[in-house]
Ligand binder design. Structure first.
Ligand SMILES: *Cc1c(COP(=O)(O)O)cnc(C)c1O
Length: 364
C-alpha cells in the first residue's frame, strides 16, 4: 500500500507564479527585473506603517490577537460599521477560501465570471461544489444579466470581481446595486474589490452603502494592492456578522500574523494618503494605454493598476519570453483564461518605459 491523497487534490488548479519562484522579492528588485506580473504596488507602504511593523516585531515571541481587535475596530471606524461585521484574513484570498468552506457542501454551486481571478477555481475544487463560469460580455466586462440567469436553488456563492482581474474592467455601483436586487437572498454575493481604489467611475466606498440593503452581500478588500502590503498577507471583508462568524469558525485563530495586524491597523489611518499615491498609478495608466494604442494594440478599458492587452497577430509566448529576456516580467494570458493576451501591472515610470520599449522592439 502507498499513501493516497484526497480526491480533491486532482481537482486543484495550482498556482503559476508571476516571476520565477525561488527568488526573494528583494533579489528580484536588486537584479533589476521590472516586476509587472503580480499587480503589486511599485511603492512601499506608508512610513508610519513601516514604523508600526517594526514596533510589532518587539512582541514576536507572542501569538497574535486571535480576534485582530485593533485592526477590526479601525476598519469598522473607517467604514462606519461594527467590528462584528468585519472579517480579516491572511490575505483576502484566505477569506475567499474560508467563505467557500463555510458555505458549500459537495453539490452546491459557485458562480463567477470567466476570465476572472485565478484563485476562484480553487473554491469549487476544494469544497466539491460545482463551478459555473459565465463568459465575460463584449468589452471584457462581467455579463451580470447572464450571471443572474444562472442562479439556482443550489447557488451558494456568487463572486463578482470588480474591477475584474485579469481584464481590468469595472462596472459602476449603480449596476452592482441593480444586480443585487435580482439575486435571491439565499445566495452569498462576494464583491471582490481588490482594485477598487484605482477606478475612477465612482467614489471607492459607493458599494459599501449597499450593505445596508443586502444582508447577503459581502465586500472583499485587501491591503495587498494600493497599500503596498502584499508580502505581509492581510485582507478584509465587510458583510453580515453571521458571515464574519462563519469565516472565523472554519479557520485557525492565528491566521493574520502580528506584524500584518499592526500594519493594517496603521495603514487604514492613512488611506487618504494612499489614495493620493494611487493617482500616480492612474497617471501612468493613461500614459501606458496611450502608448499601447500607438503601437496598434487594443486594451480593455482599465480601471485598475494593470492593462489587459490583446496582442493581435503577435504570439503570446514569444512576447512574454522576449520581455523576460529584457528583464521585464509580465503575465501570460493563457493561464489566466485569455489566450493571445498579456496582463501588465503599471510600475514606476521607468519600469513602464522599459516595458513599452521592449514591447515595441518585439512587435517590429
Ligand atoms: C490580488 C487580488 C486579491 C488579493 O489577494 P490577497 O490575498 O489579499 O493578497 C483578491 N482578489 C483579486 C481579484 C486580486 O487580484
Amino acid at each position: 500500500m502507498t499513501v493516497t491523497f484526497a480526491e480533491k487534490l486532482a481537482r486543484m488548479p495550482g498556482y503559476q507564479a508571476g516571476v520565477p519562484t525561488g527568488q526573494a522579492p528583494e533579489a528580484i528588485a536588486a537584479g533589476g527585473i521590472a516586476q509587472l506580473a503580480s499587480n503589486e504596488s511599485p511603492f512601499p507602504p506608508h512610513p508610519k506603517v513601516i514604523e508600526a511593523i517594526v514596533r510589532a516585531t518587539g512582541a514576536m515571541h507572542r501569538y497574535p490577537d486571535p480576534d485582530a481587535t485593533l485592526l477590526r475596530r479601525r476598519l469598522a471606524e473607517r467604514y462606519e460599521t461594527e467590528p462584528g461585521r468585519v472579517a480579516v484574513g491572511n490575505g483576502s484570498c484566505e477569506i475567499l477560501l474560508a467563505a467557500a468552506e463555510a458555505l458549500c457542501e459537495p453539490g452546491a454551486e459557485i458562480l463567477y465570471a470567466w476570465p476572472a481571478f485565478s484563485m476562484y477555481p480553487y473554491l469549487p475544487a476544494l469544497t466539491g461544489a460545482r463551478e459555473i463560469r459565465v463568459p465575460l460580455a463584449p468589452g471584457d466586462v462581467h455579463d451580470l444579466e447572464a450571471m443572474a440567469a444562472e442562479v439556482t436553488a443550489a447557488t451558494q456563492l456568487l463572486i463578482v470581481c470588480n474591477p475584474n482581474n485579469p481584464t481590468a474592467t469595472h462596472l459602476p455601483a449603480v449596476e452592482i446595486a441593480a444586480f443585487c436586487e435580482r439575486i435571491p437572498p439565499h445566495v452569498t454575493v462576494i464583491l471582490d474589490e481588490a482594485y477598487i481604489e484605482f477606478q475612477t467611475n465612482d467614489d471607492p466606498d459607493a458599494t459599501l452603502d449597499l450593505l445596508a440593503d443586502f444582508p447577503n452581500l459581502v465586500v472583499l478588500r485587501t491591503f495587498s494592492k494600493c497599500y503596498g502590503l502584499a508580502g505581509l498577507r492581510v485582507g478584509y471583508a465587510i458583510g453580515s456578522s453571521t458571515f464574519r462568524a462563519a469565516v472565523d469558525a472554519v479557520r485557525q485563530p492565528f491566521s493574520v500574523n502580528a506584524l500584518a495586524q499592526a500594519a493594517g491597523a496603521e495603514a487604514v489611518l492613512h488611506s487618504d494618503d494612499v489614495l493620493f499615491r494611487v493617482e500616480s498609478t492612474i497617471a501612468e495608466r493613461l500614459r501606458v494605454e496611450e502608448a499601447l494604442a500607438e503601437l496598434g494594440l487594443e486594451t480593455s478599458d482599465s480601471q485598475a493598476n494593470f492593462s489587459w492587452i490583446d496582442l493581435g497577430a503577435a504570439e503570446e509566448g514569444e512576447v512574454v519570453a522576449g520581455l523576460a529576456a529584457r528583464e521585464v516580467a509580465v503575465r501570460a494570458g493563457t493561464p489566466l483564461g485569455g489566450p493571445g493576451h498579456i496582463r501588465v501591472t503599471y510600475g514606476t515610470a521607468e519600469e513602464n518605459d522599459r516595458f513599452l520599449t521592449g514591447l515595441s522592439e518585439l512587435l517590429d
